[in-house]
Ligand binder design. Sequence first.
Ligand SMILES: Cc1cc2nc3c(=O)[nH]c(=O)nc-3n(C[C@H](O)[C@H](O)[C@H](O)COP(=O)(O)OP(=O)(O)OC[C@H]3O[C@@H](n4cnc5c(N)ncnc54)[C@H](O)[C@@H]3O)c2cc1C
Length: 371
Amino acid sequence: MAEAVSSPADLGEELRLLRASVREFVAREIAPHMDEWERAGELPRALHEKAGAAGLLGVGYPVVVEEMIQGGGSSGLCAGLFTHGIAIPHILAAGAPDQIERFVRPALAGARIGALAVTEPDAGSDVARIKTRAARDGDHYVVNGAKTYITSGLRADFVTTAVRTGGEGHRGLSLLVIEKGTRGFSAGKRLEKMGWWCSDTAELAFADARVPAANLVGAEGAGFRQIMQHFVSERLFLAVQAYATAQRCLDLAIRWAKTREAFDSRLADKPVIRHKLAEMARQTDVAREYVRAVAGRFAAGEDVGREAAMAKNTAVYACRFVVDEAVQIHGGMGFMRESEVERHYRDARILGIGGGTNEIMNEVIAERMGL
Ligand SMILES: Cc1cc2nc3c(=O)[nH]c(=O)nc-3n(C[C@H](O)[C@H](O)[C@H](O)COP(=O)(O)OP(=O)(O)OC[C@H]3O[C@@H](n4cnc5c(N)ncnc54)[C@H](O)[C@@H]3O)c2cc1C
C-alpha cells in the first residue's frame, strides 16, 4: 500500500481521527482483497457488516471516500459499499418511522443492502420518460417494467424504485421500495463492464410484482422532485470519488517517477514528466478544494444544485486527465492488470456518465444561469 505523497490539508482533530480509523480499516479489510473482489464481480456481504460495525456507513464526510481510495480501494469499491448512500436519503427525508426501521437503520448497520433503481432501457438522462408502472390495487401496488444498470442490483435486499403511478411526464412518478423475495421481482444476469468490476450491476424485472402500499416513499407523484433533490448528494459523492482517484493516481505516478530510470536519470528529473506531475497536482488540488467547499455548503443546508453540477464536472475532468497521465508515466506497466493505475483508468470512465452525465451537468448549470 502506498502512502500519500501529497496529503490533503488537515481538517481538524475529529476528522484526523476519522481519517486514521478509515485508513486502518482499509489496510486490514479492503486492500488485501481488492483483486479477489474485482475477479468475483461483487463485494462480500460481510464487508458491509464490518463497515457498519466500524461506523463507516453513516458518515457523510468526504474523508471516508478519500481514505478508501487512497488506501488502495477504488471508486468501484465505494459504489458497491456505499450504495445505500443513494438508496436511503429519500426514505430518510420522507421520515416514515416504519420505513426508517426497516430500511435505513439496517442499511447503516450493514445488515441490509439497498439500491436505487431509476434508469430504464429507454429512460436514462431523461428521467421523465420512465415507463415502469405501479398500479394501485387495495393495499398494494402491482408493478410491471424493467430497470437497467442498477448498482448492487444483484445483492440488494431492497430497491428504492422510481415508478409511474400517474400520467405521462415527471408529475406521474413516485418512489416505491421493492424488497428482494417479492414475487414477480427478479434481478437478471451480472452486467459485464469496462470498470467498477467489484461493484455488481444488474438489470431488474418486475412482472406483476405486488408491493405493499406502505412502501411508498413520501407522497404519490413526488418521485421526480425526490430524485432530483437527492441527485445533489449523489453528484457530490461521485465528485469526491473523482478527485480522490486523481490524488491516488498522482501519488502512484510520483512514486513510479522517482524510482524508474531512463537515459541516466529518474523520470522525475525530466522536465516533461515534472511538468506533467505539476499539472496533475494542480488539477487535483483545484478539484478537491472546490468539491469540499460545495460539500460543506450542502451540509450547511444551502441549495447547491448548480455548484454540485460544476463540482462533478470539475472533478471528473481533472480525474480523466490525471488517470490518463498516470498510465502514461507508468509506460508499459501502466497497461498491465497488475498496476493499480490501470484499474483506476478503467474505473474513472463511468464518473462522467453515472449520476448525470457531463452534458446533463452542463444543462443543469445553464438552466440555473437562466439560459
Ligand atoms: C456502472 C453503472 C452504474 C449505474 N448505476 C445506476 C444505479 O445504481 N441506478 C440508476 O438508476 N442508474 C444507474 N446507472 C445509469 C446511469 O445513471 C445512466 O447510464 C446515465 O444517467 C445516462 O443515461 P443513459 O445511459 O440512458 O444515456 P442517455 O441518456 O441515453 O445519454 C446518451 C448520451 O446523450 C447525451 N445526452 C442526453 N441528453 C442530452 C441533452 N439534453 N443534451 C446533450 N446531451 C445529452 C448524454 O450526456 C450521453 O452522452 C448506472 C450506469 C452505469 C454504467
